[in-house]
Design a protein around this ligand. Sequence first.
Ligand SMILES: [Zn+2]
Length: 82
Amino acid sequence: MDPLLTLAIAAVAAPTVVTLGYVGLCWIAPFKTCKRCAGTGHTTTPILRRPRACRRCHRGMRLRTGRRVFNHFHRLRAEATR
Ligand SMILES: [Zn+2]
């Protein structure tokens, strides 16, 4: 086997496996724990440390970036073909 071909296959296979793994993760578990509030769903104000609802998530869970991108293009396609 040609060593250049082996190198090319290795260079293409690794990013493909990572990408397909992330796509599978976005399909199986589209939500992840919010880093801002650590999954609690509320943060504290900087001055009085008063609890307040987290503005970045809904009850401590956020939509993954890949799933958000998928939903955007899915809605775009649905609106275009309507
Ligand atoms: Zn949050």
